[in-house]
Ligand binder design. Structure first.
Ligand code: GAR
Length: 197
């Protein structure tokens, strides 16, 4: 069984979309894959409730209790280790995980570490993507699924979706329009990765 480990920090709507698609499309039978664990760096992350309701093991690793990014990432890798077996490497999926990962961590999981970022990369890496797209006068915005490398919000692009920026859009309105596309392209990109790996 290929183990998918999903990392979240908040609402977890992308994680829920992945879990629901995996159930609906029977990824266990189709790809020999299952969502094996959901890990959050915040105990209050609403997504943890959904994951538990689905019977998925959850873990919280509070980054504030670690002295350095390296120490946090080492503990994170330890939590993932039981799902990362010889011949059966885990697929680690960042879904609204709002921590910058160290090169040690991204290197360890290179090629099997995916992220979703709410902009059309390489435009608007980093935070406040929707506000920045509106302020720049962009007529389209969107979302990118990419492989994670040591450089923040870079790495090979696996999927993108485009939405219009409409007159009068606020960052919140645009974010909601983008999020509906996130829920479609992230499960699709993961399914493709599972098929090819
Ligand atoms: C999503 O819009 C995701 O693209 C974004 O956070 C949101 C999480 O929503 N991620 C980033 O900004 C990463 N830099 P969710 O918790 O409901 O999936």
């Amino acid at each position: 069984m290929k183990n998918i480990v999903i990392l979240i920090s908040g609402g977890g709507s992308n994680m829920a979309a992945i879990v629901k698609t995996a159930q609906r499309e029977d990824w266990a039978a189709r790809y020999g894959a299952r969502v094996a664990a959901v890990i959050s760096n915040k105990a209050s992350a609403a997504g943890l409730v959904f994951a538990r309701e689905q019977g998925i093991p959850t873990h919280t690793l509070d980054h504030k209790t670690f002295a350095s990014r390296e120490a946090f990432d080492a503990a994170l890798a330890q939590l993932i280790a039981p799902f990362d077996l010889p011949g059966q490497p885990a697929l680690v999926v960042l879904a609204g995980f709002m921590r910058i990962l160290t090169p040690g961590f991204t290197g360890q999981f290179q090629g099997r570490l995916l992220n979703i970022h709410p902009s059309l990369l390489p435009a608007f890496a980093g935070l406040h993507t929707h506000q920045r797209a509106i302020e720049a006068g962009c007529q389209v915005a969107g979302v990118t699924v990419h492989q994670v490398t040591a450089e923040l919000d870079h790495g090979p692009i696996l999927a993108q979706a485009v939405v219009p920026v409409l007159v009068g859009d606020t960052a919140e309105v645009l974010a909601a329009r983008v999020l509906t596309q996130e829920h479609l392209i992230y499960p699709r990109a993961i399914a493709r990765w599972l098929q090819n790996n």
